[in-house]
Design a protein around this ligand. Structure first.
Ligand code: F3S
Length: 643
């Protein structure tokens, strides 16, 4: 049978199940990556598994998110991450070396391999012809311990690229077109597999812009074949020995085929406040732009910044525009400097930020109130820039440079300049001294792990008891997000200290929640949360399950759950229960005592359980939709206990 590239790699790594779309399968993981915001918890969990050394072919711990030092917490986390990496056999990419996805592409990614990373833009690695998937920190910890990774076998959608890009149109415009065609919803459980003659015209960094932002469509991952362009990139990275040709079979069957003619694309933008809100720049109002940010894990390669430098050479930024650049890696920055492009950018007024996520996560460089910012990053959600009333547009480096010059949203073709055709260097200058290699096993055995006061103990949970006796600690409405459950922003610095972070649970909904929950836990009862529809939407933040587990939440009763959050609840031993009759939601109130007399046996035997509302004197049935594997995890009190 003719196979897609996705099928080939998945089947080669298959541990259990059958590769039929919609079925649960598990695969062997070759590589993992973490970043500092999610990494500390992943390594605390890994430590609790008592595995002396990572069992993957290669694992890397990156520091790129919270690199700004205000207080000791971030510095403590970085030191912990470094000591854990050395001890357990991981590579450690120091703060300043670059953003995880850019560095992984340059130095570690390999065609045909599987990678999971505790960051949603891990699919960037698909540019090298690997299956690269974003996952929770606990899944990454399990993969490092040699466990398989479970996923729903995806449908494979072929995006067939014809023709070639016209001057002033670039890879960002391709993925914006894909977002225009597919939107940001309804693509869960799919893989975008790129093919067709247009693929041959795209370099690996251009492909990476496309695979990176596939995450905005909600797909499992995106992938390109590994071909002559891949070899060229790996040669330039001085690691051609990592190359392997990999492509779909001719005549492979896809679930859907969508064709894009690159020759017909025009400069596009994602308008506020969604990456799926796409328009041709030519059709937009010439909105005044007060800030331009070039960088993030999406468009921060050598070519992206060199292109902007060539457009801006000999000019200076419009007086109303603050022009910010954040190269994706130290390698990019050094090569720009060697080739003179950095000097051109600085002369044009660029403000050079650290090689890190920086402005992309709102850590710095919030735009002025009520203004518009044009960014080459991948997300423009409301408030993400740090300025609540800012309007953020996403566009290509070419369009960003045009706005730097004119001070407003501009189709770069209107600059009437010669197009700066930049080709990749044959050989990049490579210096890996900011990547610390793992210790040899003998020295690692005696190596210390540094834990400052910001590193708390990993939280533990009990197996599910035979019956539950709980109190409704909180009743909430529809669309409760992970931000409602546990805030990010300033509070995120406590991410490695669960007892401290848990104090902020539901802070913006009911600031007395934590105190009440701890009282209920100490009285010997379980905490139960009652919710409306789409509970846990927003992000894959595991802390929205870990912190509730820590305060003794045993079950969430909701009208419906967001998929990733439900999976996280299961991983941490919290029952996601749904109302069979949605009107039962109205029959429960804050403070009600709820009894589940046979919770354990009900879970083993079926898909529903009877609960008694002891306060209201009524009973009702609620349901759980779980695979046998998930049931076993819940019975054990979470994945860690089961492991
Ligand atoms: Fe960092 Fe933003 Fe990418 S936070 S990993 S640059 S999406």
């Amino acid at each position: 049978m003719k196979k897609t590239l996705t099928q080939k790699i998945l089947e080669h790594h298959l541990v259990s199940g059958t590769c039929i779309p919609g079925r649960e399968i598990s695969i062997r993981i070759d590589q993992t990556l973490t970043q500092d915001a999610t990494g500390t918890m992943a390594y605390l969990q890994f430590e609790s598994m008592h595995v002396p050394r990572v069992k993957t072919e290669l694992s890397v711990s990156y520091v790129d998110h919270n690199t700004v030092q205000i207080g000791f917490e971030n510095a403590d986390d970085h030191r912990y991450l470094q000591s854990v990496a050395e001890k357990f056999g991981l590579y450690f990419s120091r703060a300043g070396n670059g953003i995880c996805h850019q560095v992984h592409l340059e130095r570690f990614g390999r065609p045909g391999k599987t990678l999971i990373g505790s960051d949603s833009h891990t699919p960037t690695g698909g540019a090298l012809g690997m299956i690269a998937i974003g996952a929770g920190g606990l899944d990454v910890a399990l993969a490092m311990a040699g466990e398989p990774f479970y996923l729903t076998c995806p449908r494979v959608i072929n995006i067939h690229l014809e023709g070639h890009l016209q001057p002033w149109v670039s890879a960002k415009d391709i993925i914006l077109k894909v977002l225009d065609l597919f939107g940001t919803k309804g693509n869960v459980g799919s893989v975008f597999e790129y093919g067709g003659p247009g693929v041959e015209t795209l370099s690996v960094p251009e492909r990476a812009t496309i695979t990176n932002m596939g995450a905005e469509c909600g797909v499992t991952t995106s992938i390109f074949p590994s071909d002559a362009m891949t070899l060229r990139f790996l040669k330039a990275q001085q690691r051609e020995e990592d190359w392997l040709e990999f492509a779909a079979d001719h005549g492979a069957q896809y679930d859907r085929v969508v064709e894009i003619d690159l020759s017909k694309l025009e400069p596009l933008t994602a308008m506020p406040h969604s990456p799926g809100n796409i328009a041709r720049i030519r059709d937009c109002e010439p909105v005044p732009i007060r800030q331009v940010c070039l960088g993030s894990c999406t468009n921060s390669s050598y070519k992206d910044l060199a292109t902007a430098a060539k457009i801006l050479k000999g000019t200076v930024a419009h007086p109303d525009v603050s022009f910010i650049i954040a190269p994706g890696s130290k390698q990019v920055l050094e090569n720009l400097a060697r080739d003179g492009y950095l000097a051109d950018l600085l002369a044009a007024g660029a403000r050079l930020m650290e090689n890190a996520c920086g402005f992309c996560i709102g850590n710095s460089q919030s735009p002025p109130s009520g203004s518009a910012s044009l960014r080459t990053s991948n997300r423009n959600f409301f408030g993400r820039s740090g300025t609540r009333d800012a309007q953020v547009y996403l566009a290509s480096p070419e369009s960003a440079a045009a706005a730097v010059l004119t001070g407003h949203l501009t189709d770069p073709r209107d600059l009437n300049l010669p197009y700066p055709d930049i080709s990749l260097p044959e050989r990049f200058h490579v210096d890996d001294r900011l990547i610390i290699e793992p210790m040899d096993p003998e020295s690692a055995a005696g190596a210390p792990i540094y834990r400052g006061p910001n590193i708390g103990p990993p939280p533990a949970n009990e197996p599910l008891p035979d019956s539950l006796d709980g109190i409704v600690t909180l009743k909430v409405g529809d669309h409760i997000t992970t931000d409602h459950i546990i805030p990010a922003g300033e509070r995120m610095k406590y991410r490695s200290n669960i007892p401290k972070y848990a104090e902020y649970l539901f802070e913006i909904v009911d600031h007395t929640f934590f105190r009440r929950a701890m009282q209920i836990k100490e009285s010997g009862h379980s905490n139960i949360i009652v919710a409306g529809t789409s509970y846990g939407q927003g992000s894959s933040r595991e802390h929205a399950a870990i912190c509730p587990m820590y305060v003794g939440v045993k079950a969430i009763l909701a009208k419906s759950f967001e998929r990733i959050h439900a999976a996280n609840l299961i991983n941490f031993g919290i029952l996601p229960l749904t109302f069979l009759d949605e009107e039962d939601y109205d029959r429960l109130a804050d403070g009600d005592r709820l009894l589940f007399p046979d919770i354990r046996s009900s879970l083993v035997d079926g898909d529903r359980v009877r609960l008694l509302n002891d306060t209201g004197g009524i009973s009702m049935e609620v349901a759980f939709e779980l695979t046998n594997r998930q049931k076993k995890i819940l019975l054990a009190g979470g994945v860690l206990n089961r492991f």
